[in-house]
Design a protein around this ligand. Structure first.
Ligand code: SF4
Ligand code: SF4
Length: 82
């Protein structure tokens, strides 16, 4: 999964582009639910939130490092085709 850092300026452009609805407005900044973020695997070649973020504040979350296979499995679980 990816995570949003405190450099987030709450511009709101990432939330609507997430195919998994993993991004939401938290208490101070936008946040990503790691259970829903597939790093866009299954939907797009590149993480869509990273593509649109104007301040480049959405790195990989080292606490939720996953292989491509694990991300694909999460994608299948989310779309119910396991
Ligand atoms: Fe959503 Fe993709 Fe960003 Fe993960 S990488 S939060 S799935 S847009
Ligand atoms: Fe924050 Fe970047 Fe999302 Fe804008 S696009 S809300 S700056 S994480």
């Amino acid at each position: 999964a990816l995570k949003i850092t405190h450099e987030c300026i709450n511009c709101d452009v990432c939330e609507p582009v997430c195919p998994n609805h993993a991004i939401y407005q938290g208490v101070e900044i936008y946040e990503i639910d790691p259970d829903l973020c597939t790093e866009c695997v299954g939907h797009f070649d590149k993480p869509q939130c990273q593509t649109v973020c104007p301040v480049d504040c959405i790195p990989l979350d080292p606490e939720h490092a996953e292989t491509r296979e694990q991300l694909m499995e999460k994608y299948r679980r989310l779309v119910n085709v396991v």
